[in-house]
Design a protein around this ligand. Structure first.
Ligand code: ADP
Ligand code: NG1
Ligand code: MG
Length: 489
């Protein structure tokens, strides 16, 4: 197994001596009758701002969570994969892994992926990358503590951990950016056309800072968060499995169509290729504000039919489907192009503003001296509260946009956001939405009071949840580091 690891590669350290590792080791031995050879750990993430814009080519601003997927692994001397889970609600699975082509990733009869399909995504992508040249198989036992289907990226942590385990077992050194890009590709085998944010932060995260993630080439730039800012995650109690519906892919293809129409109307494309909103902006050399104006100019209608889109793009329905659609969106006939495009361009602007204000607070310590969101000067002893207020307002606008323009919120998420606002705390849905969690920006001294308020007003009074259980759905979090491998040293 690779001994010479550069700082660019996923770190390999000794196996921590803790209860969780002991329990997983024991479960592994019970299942497979041998000891694990190594462990991989990949964190979940929370996105601070920049939702549904990674697949449009725009930067996002996530941070890694403490909650993670931990996998114990051992190699097999035959090309087989044996998968177990410490939680017995997840069934065992065994299969051959002779070639990438032979790994079929098929959902259950209702279209919901089996849990092990996410493991298969990682393994299939790794096999494809290795040209099927593997020297051994794998036994894996999974222990995941990222709340599943909650917008905290349990799926990508699981896919990425499986892919990392296979690559490590084959002794293949990859840089963090290479493996993050590979894992983004892997997860598309589940059926969703994700943008790569989750896998990027899973590998590139650093302790105590969020990351500003940019694409092509993939790069993560650390963003220091204001000294007095705390981030609180609260679960809406609604789960949303993204690959079980076409909601996510529908948004992806609406963005593709809208980008193509703007590009075509503005005379920016001639070939047939898919073009993203950010590519259109670059081609036209416009600002984000100018792109918003072009959306109003070229996409004035609330709804576009498939026929109208074909007419504008001068293609027939078959060509349109072949170029832009996924299997689970081919039957769609109406699209909200203006709304999706406005969200993306405005959200991309909010990310830039958010980052700018974080750097203002970093360069000035807690005594700030810079420009606030309204262009006003923040004085030297103007405190962190002002920056937190500006950042918070950007988060609130993001939520409004996700709710009204992108239509990916949920009534429980909206309730959490408005309860927070009553305490003057800004928040937004995080991750893909349709359920899952909110992320709230809260001055440190208010955290305890804020969490108590949510427990009382949302979980206990609104959802009739027992107060002890309620406390497990809401937590304050700080940025954690990225994926790692543990081996006996
Ligand atoms: P998320 O927002 O958490 O990424 P997804 O809908 O993308 O939500 O993926 C959630 C799915 O990932 C779950 O339904 C389950 O199949 C799988 N999953 C997540 N965590 C685990 C785990 N600890 N063990 C098994 N499967 C898991
Ligand atoms: P979650 O919420 O983890 O399923 C999804 C996408 C991201 C990004 C966000 C929305 C995947 C694996 N993840 O995250 O790429 O588009 O939604 O910002 O598809
Ligand atoms: Mg996911």
């Amino acid at each position: 197994m690779s001994a010479n690891v550069t700082s660019d590669e996923v770190p390999v350290t000794g196996i921590p001596d803790n209860e969780r590792i002991k329990r997983l080791k024991q479960h592994f031995s019970q299942e497979f009758g041998c000891e694990p050879l190594f462990f991989v750990r990949v964190p979940g993430r929370v996105n601070l701002i920049g939702e549904h814009i990674d697949y449009c080519g725009y930067p996002v601003l996530p941070m890694a969570l403490e909650q993670d997927i931990l996998i114990a692994a051992a190699t097999l001397n035959k090309p087989e994969l044996h998968v177990r889970n410490i939680n017995n609600k997840y069934v065992n699975y065994n299969t051959e892994i002779k070639s990438c082509e032979n790994i079929d990733i098929v959902a259950d009869p209702n279209g919901k992926p089996f849990w092990y399909n996410y493991v298969l995504c990682g393994v299939k992508g790794a096999l494809e990358f290795l040209g099927d040249k593997i020297t051994n198989g794998l036994q894996l036992c999974v222990d995941g503590i990222v709340p599943p289907a909650s917008g905290l990226s349990s799926s990508s942590a699981l896919v990425s951990a499986a892919c990392l385990a296979l690559l490590y077992a084959q002794n293949v050194p990859l840089s963090k950016t290479e493996i993050a890009s590979l894992c983004a590709k892997c997860e598309r085998y589940i059926g969703t056309q994700g943008g790569g944010m989750d896998q990027a932060i899973a590998f590139l995260a650093e302790k105590n800072c969020a990351q500003y993630i940019t694409w092509q080439p993939l790069k993560a730039t650390p963003v220091a968060l204001p000294e007095n800012a705390a981030f609180v995650v609260a679960h809406s109690l609604a789960e949303a499995n993204k690959a079980a519906t076409n909601y996510y892919n529908r948004r992806v293809i609406e963005c593709r169509l809208a980008a193509k129409i703007i590009a075509t109307c503005a005379g920016a494309v001639t070939d047939k290729k898919i073009i993203t909103f950010s590519q259109v902006q670059n081609k036209l050399d416009n600002t984000l504000e100018e792109m918003v104006n072009l959306v109003h100019k070229y996409l004035p209608k609330d709804i576009y039919t498939k026929e109208e889109v074909c007419d504008i793009l001068n293609v027939n329905a078959e060509e349109l489907e072949q170029l832009f659609f996924t299997p689970n969106t081919k039957h769609l006939t109406e699209f909200k192009l203006k709304q999706r495009a406005l969200h993306v361009y405005e959200e991309a602007k909010r990310v830039e503003d958010f980052r700018k204000h974080c750097s203002l607070s970093a360069s000035n310590g807690s005594g700030l001296n810079g420009v606030n969101g309204n262009g006003a000067i923040v004085s030297d002893n103007g405190d962190c509260d002002e920056i937190i207020r500006v950042l918070g307002e950007l988060m609130s606008s993001s939520h409004e946009s996700l709710k009204n323009l992108y239509e990916c919120s949920h009534e429980n998420l909206d309730r959490l956001v408005s309860l927070s606002k009553e305490m003057n705390i800004h928040s937004r849905l995080t991750g893909a939405g349709w359920g899952g969690c909110i992320i709230a920006l809260c001055p440190k001294e208010k955290v305890a009071k804020y969490i108590d308020m949510l427990i009382d007003k949302f979980y206990v009074k609104h959802c009739n949840i027992d107060i002890i259980k309620a406390a497990s759905y809401v937590f304050a979090t700080t940025p954690n580091h990225g994926a790692e491998i543990y081996v006996e040293k």
